[in-house]
Design a binder for this molecule. Structure first.
Ligand code: SF4
Ligand code: SF4
Length: 415
């Protein structure tokens, strides 16, 4: 694995002016305001159904939805960002007006005049990274805040949460508000949450989607801990959990946490695309990490397994391009643009999220000795990439596991 300078990274991924991206253009928000998208959906909620089929029972769906509770709790307590939700402002107001003693929870400040000494930036960076890991992240990196990835406008759908449009609800609208990040916020701590490989194998059932839900809950809670930790050191934070505030993938790449795959996801060196990401933006000075290159671009060029197995054909088979598929792709970057419209339409049709392009990806496999060795070869002998791709298909990796005996055999482990 080699490191890149930010200029080298830019010359690989940036092909022109990056147009400011508005949060309303993400596919989760478009049904709320885009009549064309909305009219093509019967149901955008993908709540999932209970079926008389292994992996789709009530206990499986219950696991999926219960695992998501962390995001719901935290979205009501996150007023540390430029345009907090009306709900979180109401909760803050309620805490402060009902009982002034609760202000210690809502607005803790370190003792007067106390602020961590930042003379030794290496030390403070180490402290923040260790705290992030202890709070629950599986990996952590630091990047300078690059404003090109920050949303020009935040968006809040009229209907709360990601269920922007229920069956028959039509366009419900939302608030698009310009977002300003003050100049003093110069760094971001980017957090990685790996997902359970053994459970992801049960895709496309509710069991695999429970893992995704858990990733979002873990990030919401851990992000909140870390943001509070930095505030208690005497510095400010903007809590960017669950895709809030900015586009996280380019930030994670600049923070040295992985490279971009054909499936549009971050490929982490150990967990591949089997990760969820969040970030805390701060005015605490930190030492940034460097972007990394471990052969992902070359491997994806030869591979295309995700494209072949995508049920909605939303992943291209060609080379990287700067041509976007729709307004949901960021303009000005060179990549394999996902067709977010057909992808999310498929989710709506199937009434559940899809993780096929994660499950099939050769980088998804656990970072055990054999796969570690293969990854070493994909990094160091890149000319042999077609052989690794063939081997992956021959071994039948990525095929779903039967969930028939899941609850009997499941041996839950701490992440
Ligand atoms: S999530 Fe599913 S439908 Fe969407 S791009 Fe990946 S494989 Fe295709
Ligand atoms: S499946 Fe293959 S082409 Fe797709 S992201 Fe993974 S390595 Fe790249």
């Amino acid at each position: 694995m080699k490191t890149l300078t930010l200029d080298e990274w830019d010359s690989k991924y940036v092909v022109g002016e990056i147009e400011p991206f508005a949060q309303g253009n993400t596919m989760f928000n478009r049904p709320a305001w885009d009549g064309e998208v909305n009219s093509r959906l019967d149901d955008w909620s993908f709540v999932g159904e209970v079926k008389d089929k292994p992996g789709y029972g009530l206990e499986d769906l219950a696991l999926r939805w219960a695992a998501r509770r962390g995001t719901m709790l935290l979205s009501h307590f996150n007023w540390y960002r430029p345009n907090p939700t009306p709900m979180s402002l109401a909760v803050k107001e309620m805490f402060e007006s009902r009982d002034p003693s609760l202000r210690s929870i809502t607005g803790y400040k370190p003792p007067e005049g106390k602020k961590i000494d930042v003379c030794d930036l290496e030390r403070i960076t180490r402290i923040v990274k260790k705290a992030a890991l202890w709070f629950g992240a599986d990996d952590v990196g630091i990047c300078r805040l690059d404003k090109r990835w920050v949303y020009s406008h935040t968006f809040q759908p009229q209907k709360a949460g990601h269920i922007a449009s229920d069956r028959g609800a039509g366009v419900t609208g939302g608030n698009s508000v310009p977002q300003e990040i003050p100049q003093e916020f110069r760094h971001a701590v980017v957090l990685v949450f790996s997902e359970d490989y053994d459970m992801m194998k049960y895709y496309p059932t509710h069991i695999a989607h429970a893992v995704t839900s858990m990733g979002y809950s873990r990030m919401a809670i851990t992000n909140n801990y870390l943001a509070a930790f930095i505030r208690h050191l005497g510095f400010q934070t903007i809590d960017g959990t669950t895709n809030a505030v900015s586009l996280t993938i380019p930030m994670a790449m600049q923070a040295g946490l992985g490279d971009l795959g054909r499936n549009g996801l971050l490929i982490h060196p150990k967990s591949g695309p089997r990760v969820r990401l969040s970030k805390v933006i701060t005015d605490l000075p930190l030492v940034p990490d460097a972007p990394v290159d471990f052969g992902v671009t070359e491997f994806c060029d030869k591979c295309g397994i995700c494209a072949d197995n995508c049920p909605s054909r939303s992943i291209g088979r060609g080379g990287r391009t700067s041509e976007p598929n729709s307004i949901s792709n960021l303009r000005g970057t060179k990549k394999w643009p996902i067709n977010a419209e057909t992808c999310r339409m498929y989710w709506a049709q199937a009434n559940k999220p899809c993780t096929t392009c994660i499950a099939f990806c050769p980088y998804t496999k656990p970072y055990a000795r054999f796969h570690r060795t293969v990854r070493w070869f994909t990094d160091h002998l890149r000319w042999a990439d077609p052989v690794y791709v063939k081997m992956d298909t021959l071994f039948g990796y990525g095929k779903p596991e039967s969930p028939r005996n899941f609850w009997e055999e499941w041996d839950p482990k701490r992440h």
